[in-house]
Design a protein around this ligand. Sequence first.
Ligand SMILES: *Cc1c(COP(=O)(O)O)cnc(C)c1O
Length: 346
Amino acid sequence: MTAEFIVDLAAFAANVRAVRERVAPAEPMLVVKDDAYRHGLAAIVQRAIVEGVSWIGALDVVTGMAVRELAGAQPRVFTWMLAGPDDVADALSADLDLGVGSSALLEDVATVAAQRGTIARVHLKIDTGLHRNGVRPEDWPAVVARAVELEQDGLLRIVGIWSHISEASDSDDDDARVAFDAAVTAARAAGLAPDLLHLAASAAAFARPEFRYDMVRIGAFHYGIRSTDGPSDAELGLTPVGALHAPVRRVGPVDVIVDAGFTDGLLSTAAGNLHAATAAGRQPVTAIGADTLRLPLAEGIEPGQTVTLFGADGADSATDLAERIGTIGEEVVLRLAPDVPRRYIG
Ligand SMILES: *Cc1c(COP(=O)(O)O)cnc(C)c1O
């Protein structure tokens, strides 16, 4: 036996429904970057399709193509990290929607669409302050004018306008929203007619209805990973999906040794902050080695049992633990050691 990352697909399905209800009538996009936040792309996409998810956000083209393969022709798949013409060609061959945040990439899309004889579906990105590959406001009018031309040439259609916000401060987000609205107004005045405006990720989509527009891009909350120092899982109506279980290897004479399987992982830094849910209740982890950890001796803990280190069974959630060690819940799951296998339930 080794440690396992247990992924509860029933919990995931419940989160999909909770997200959908919360953001309606806006459309939720399920974000699956980083191997579906370490929960496993294939199983998550397959379950998402069963649950009727119709938009999937895949970051890069390789992931987008994998999603298309898994998900079939129906859902829209959005990618927003494209490195040039080869990426664009691959994306168009898999019928992906393209996030475009520079005039150079817009030209690449037009060139490749012309070669292929297809009409590319483009979501134009305005930089609203985060400075992560969006069109700067000063360049926006020229890029929009060029997009209008390329639409008229039949090479692409601007189906969406979008941006990304920090969700770290309401006032920064408010400023971003003002910039976003201005960009949309300018684009419409210039002749674009996007159907899909999208700005918010998990936190703003839940907390701030005015940020929802037509669509919201939700990663963390679909996996039951709440924001640090934000509302509780219960308040959000979400359940953690992934949990780290570890087998008890040896009991006594002085303590309990657990095979934790997190060599090089973030948890190796969690000494003093990590608790385990055990047959004897919640126990503090007293020492953390390269791939084992130690618990105090306690009545009821026996070799062959498993303990839960986060995510279920009364242990901390990934975000609870993140708050103790000064990071975010995503980090706790993304920095699990790569050799910890997944097992699916639900
Ligand atoms: C990761 C990502 C999201 C999802 O963010 P969460 O906070 O996990 O919901 C949304 N949009 C973009 C552009 C992203 O990179």
